[in-house]
Every structure is written in C-alpha cells, then in structure tokens.
Design a protein. Structure first.
Length: 202
C-alpha cells in the first residue's frame, strides 16, 4: 500500500465512468483467447431483465449468466481471457468466475453487508501477465477492503478505515499505479468526470 497515493486518471477502458448495471473492461480478441493480448478491445457487460450480457466490437452480444435482483456489476478478465464478474444482491457480494480447482464457472459469496465493489486484472501487458492477478475491491461498514486471486478471493485485506463513500473504480492509472477511487455519491450519481474523490494506491 502506498503511503503517498498519486492522483492520476485511469487508462483505457477504466476511463469510462461505470454505472451500477453497466461495466467496461479491456479484454481479449475473443473469450478464452488471449493470443492477441488482454488489451485487444474494450468489452461491455450490462444487466437487463435478470440477465448479464457481454459484447465487444467483434463479439456479438451474448448471455453471460442469469440471476435475479442484481443491483450492480463489475466486469474483468483473468489471465486466460475468461470473463469474470462481481455483483451485489441485498448487500451480498458475489463473484462469478472460472474456479481454478473445479475448472467450472461458479458463483462465490465474497462478503456480506457490502455497499460497493469493483474488480480488475492489475497487469495486462505481455511482459507483466505472469506476475498479474485479479484484484477485487469493496466497501463495507465505511471501510475499504480488497481480496486477491492468489488467495482464491478468500482473505480480505484492509486498505483504509472510515472512507465514508463508495468504491467507484479501480485499475491502472497513467502513473502506472493500481488505484482505488472512492467517491461520496452513490454509484451512478456523478457531478463531474474522472479523477475526483479519494484515491488509494497499491
């Protein structure tokens, strides 16, 4: 955790202001095809009528999964180009991901009493992909936490106490730091563009 976070704009897909039921991320040329890297194109996930859809410039919009009562979503990809998505239902934070042990997609409960969340693969360059991992950040009881792919998302780490806000975005900045952006307004209620709010950097 950096003791002196450097405020900087997010890059690529993370520049787009997310809304609770629409999320963007950089990803592969096709699902489970990282041959062209994980920065090939920008993908979008959206939640409509109990269904999460995925679409990209060269990928026809298709159903990812169905689930009722989802309040917010966040999209990312793993190192093999497989999409994963966090979602919130009545304060319960779930991750829909390809489990490395079962080798199947599963819905995993991450934590309860959660108010906001974002997920992102930290490094996507070809040279850095071997050292990369998925980072899942969230707010709970006015505190900011994250869990890591390396721990199979089972071990929460505290970033900051008393943030009194919502986690709006996470990802790499133009300063090449992985940062967490917390804003006082609820997700989807914005008064200005990035960057704003409090920034915490790993």
């Amino acid at each position: 955790m950096s003791s002196h976070p450097v405020l900087a704009a997010f890059i690529r897909a993370r520049q787009f202001v997310p809304t609770p039921r629409v999320s963007y991320d950089d990803g592969p040329v096709a699902i489970q095809n990282p041959s062209q890297g994980l920065l090939y194109q920008i993908w979008r996930a959206r939640y409509v009528s109990d269904t999460v859809y995925l679409v990209a410039p060269n990928y026809t919009e298709s159903v990812f999964f169905k689930r009722r009562c989802i309040e917010s979503i966040s999209l990312s990809f793993d190192q093999n180009g497989r999409p994963l998505l966090t979602y919130l239902i009545a304060g319960n934070l779930y991750l829909y991901w390809h489990h490395t042990i079962t080798q199947k997609y599963e819905h995993t409960l991450i934590d309860t009493q959660v108010t906001s969340h974002q997920v992102c693969l930290d490094i996507r360059t070809r040279l850095g992909i071997l050292d990369s991992q998925v980072v899942l950040g969230y707010t709970k009881n006015n505190n900011l936490y994250y869990v890591l792919q390396a721990d199979r998302y089972m071990v929460p780490y505290l970033i900051a106490l008393g943030v009194n806000g919502y986690l709006i975005q996470i990802g790499m900045s133009r300063q090449h730091r992985f940062q967490f952006l917390v804003e006082a307004n609820e997700p989807g209620v914005y008064t200005e563009t990035f960057p704003w709010g409090e920034v915490y950097a790993l």
